[in-house]
Design a protein around this ligand. Structure first.
Ligand code: ZN
Length: 299
């Protein structure tokens, strides 16, 4: 019987589950609600049990998970969700929930999985170094080098970097419970709603310029610290009309011509781009992780 690859995109409100063939082509998928670990875990096992029976034994699992989650395979608690405010999920470990399948598993953050998806099949194809940022309920960045997500003692938390905050221009304190006006506290979807009472696509040019300012300052940091060959910016907030153009302008202004490279063409239209896979990025990346877990693909 054929071997299959199991993939999970685990989010705060839903889990996307997919079973792919050995080439990474998705054979079947479903989505289940994120409720309790017991209930969601049981639904997940039932899906993979049934579909593996139909399509072939699972050779590996790839998981892109909401966090914080332990992504260092050398840590004893690898694959464990840690300090999430989501009730009941703190301490949940994918390896335990999926132990009955007894196959290798790779666990990454949701943003790193989406970055991998774009690297494999989207706007990040052929980029040796790639930064993928999502701006939505939260803000996160996955940085890949040679198709490998970079991390340190834990995964990056780029959304919480401090950014210049001119309080005369923007008196809002910021919505991050830890830092107030970190990047996420100033430019995430909830920060925009807390400040102006609606989402950015229902606001004006002045508000868009303000948000583009924070994101552009951050994009300049990504360039200076990682020199990615491309920056991808996705997520709900980035769907606001004109935001990516403003973001390009602000980034270019911040870099001030200092970085002289052919990739940084005037206007940055080919350098800062939207995702190509849209909502498919996460599950595509999870399939890639599953293939690596099963050693079908090196990495
Ligand atoms: Zn913060």
């Amino acid at each position: 019987m054929a071997q299959t690859i199991a993939a999970i995109e685990a989010g705060g409100t839903k889990f996307v589950l997919a079973l792919a063939d050995e080439t990474g082509r998705i054979l079947v998928r479903t989505r289940i609600a994120t409720t309790t670990p017991e209930e969601t875990g049981a639904a997940m096992r039932a899906f993979f049990r049934t579909e593996a029976g139909r399509h072939g034994t699972i050779a590996g699992f790839g998981i892109g998970s909401f966090g914080p989650v332990v992504v260092n395979p050398a840590e004893p608690d690898y694959g464990t969700v840690t300090t999430t405010p989501k009730p009941g999920w703190s301490g949940f470990r994918y390896q335990d929930a999926l132990a009955e399948f007894a196959v290798p598993m790779l666990v990454e953050t949701d943003v790193n999985a989406a970055a991998l998806g774009e690297w494999r099949a989207g706007a990040g194809r052929s980029c040796r170094t790639l930064a993928y940022t999502t701006v939505g309920t939260g803000i996160g960045t996955g940085v890949l080098q040679g198709g490998q997500p970079l991390s340190g003692m834990s995964h990056f938390e780029a959304g919480h970097v401090p950014v210049p905050h001119d309080r005369a221009l923007d008196p809002f304190d910021g919505s991050c419970p830890y830092h107030g006006g970190c990047l996420e506290g100033l430019a995430s979807g909830p920060a925009i709603r807390a400040r102006w009472g609606r989402s950015l696509d229902h606001l004006g040019a002045e508000e868009a310029e303000r948000i583009a300012g924070y994101l552009g300052d951050f994009a300049a940091m990504l360039v200076l610290m990682h020199m990615p060959e491309r920056l991808i910016f996705g997520g709900g907030v980035m769907k606001a009309p004109g935001l990516i153009e403003r973001l390009r302008r602000r980034t270019e202004t911040r870099l001030a011509g200092y970085v002289d490279h052919a990739r940084l063409t005037p206007g940055l239209a080919d350098y800062i781009v939207g995702p190509e896979l849209g909502d498919e990025a996460g599950i595509t990346g999870a399939v890639e992780l599953g293939m690596r877990a099963a050693h079908i693909r090196s990495g």
